[in-house]
Design a protein around this ligand. Structure first.
Ligand SMILES: [Zn+2]
Length: 358
């Protein structure tokens, strides 16, 4: 039985989203979450997943969302980030079904200082729910890992209750993920603080489960955001297995993997590390840095190959009067970016076992 026997194509939310993650957990694969900043990058991700018959997660960061709306907009009080995220989600909704795959539309890291962004998106979800009986977004991520554990859980719970009412999924983060992304710099943090403890996971699982089962946990196990030189970081995906075992012991449940884990900061990790993380209940993995590189590489390779056709509007190696329009049409060179990015998205899917799942 494939995923499309369980959920419809298009954006999935609520119980259907839960079914998708349960299916992934049961079948030992994870779905990559691709950071998108434009309709071009959204399309590249959707096309990639469609061609390998798999579900995909489209996610917008606070900065990516502002970019989606246009860099010319002022982002005071997170206005551009709210408008851009909502526009992005609406765009994904408009096209997702045509690609014939289940699509999860998600917002990425939201730290405490960015909460107005979160509030704005949630207001749009509530409005959408009134009209359509489901939220606009499938899920949102709240990152209060910089705060104390108590404040983190308490604030998440406050939002979780509001989100449970509209069947919107919450992804939270506990433990510090190193590196720097969207302005949060943890590169100087002591290594021992990078690893989440099983008691922390249980505290979250217990408190959240009383409200809803629509949530997942991004637990630090040595992850680093952004790029880094290989060998600088020690990932311990086996810790996730220990967390699961600890929760199973508390719950006395039959399911060996009661917690939905999310893998952040996984750029550059080995296949073995990814496989072990997935085996231990990771159902979503963020992919950003590598697809950014792939998008750029598509343009670079195109330029290198067509250099002689891209210097003037008229005149190329074939003759002085030859027009170059078809070489500098954005549909041509941006398409090369998309094709290159799509390939990288498929590679991410492949690494996570997310191939041929429909
Ligand atoms: Zn994170």
């Amino acid at each position: 039985m494939g995923l499309l026997d369980i959920v419809p194509a298009g954006v999935v939310t609520g119980k259907n989203l839960l079914k998708v993650f349960e299916y992934a957990r049961e079948h030992n694969f994870a779905i990559p979450a691709i950071n998108c900043t434009s309709t071009s990058t959204v399309n590249a991700a959707l096309e990639a997943a469609r061609d390998i018959k798999s579900p995909i997660i489209i996610q917008f960061s606070q900065g990516g969302a502002a970019y989606f709306a246009g860099k010319g907009l002022d982002n005071k009080n997170q206005e551009a980030s709210i408008i851009g995220a909502v526009a992005g989600a609406q765009y994904v909704r408009a096209v997702a079904k045509a690609y014939g795959i289940p699509v999860i539309v998600h917002s990425d890291h939201c730290a405490k200082k960015l909460l107005p962004w979160f509030d704005g998106m949630l207001a749009a979800d509530e409005q959408y729910y009134k009209a359509h009986g489901e939220p606009l977004f499938s899920s949102h991520m709240l990152d209060l890992s910089e705060e104390t554990k108590e404040e983190n859980i308490e604030t998440c719970l406050k939002y979780l209750k509001r989100m449970a009412a509209i069947e919107c999924w919450l992804e939270m983060e506990i433990g510090i993920t190193g590196g720097e992304e969207d302005g949060v710099d943890n590169s100087g943090v002591d290594n021992s603080a990078l690893y989440t403890q099983p008691e922390d996971i249980w505290d979250i699982q217990k408190a959240f489960s009383e409200v809803t089962d629509l949530f997942s946990i991004a637990a630090g196990f040595g992850n680093v955001h952004g790029v880094y030189a290989p060998g600088n970081v020690k990932l311990h995906p086996e810790l996730l297995g220990k967390h699961q075992a600890y929760v199973v012991e508390q719950l006395k449940c039959e399911n060996p993997k009661p917690v939905f884990f999310v893998f952040h900061g996984g750029s550059g990790s080995s296949e073995a590390e990814i496989t072990e993380a997935v085996r231990n209940g990771v159902v979503k993995m963020n992919v950003d840095t590598d697809t950014q590189w792939a998008y750029w590489e598509g343009l670079r390779n195109y330029y290198e190959a067509k250099k002689g056709y891209l210097q003037t509007q008229v005149g190329n190696p074939e003759g002085e009067g030859k027009p170059n329009k078809k070489h500098y049409d954005p549909r041509v060179f941006i398409r090369e970016c998309e094709k290159s990015m799509s390939k990288r998205v498929q590679q991410a899917c492949d690494n996570l076992g997310n191939v041929d799942k429909l």
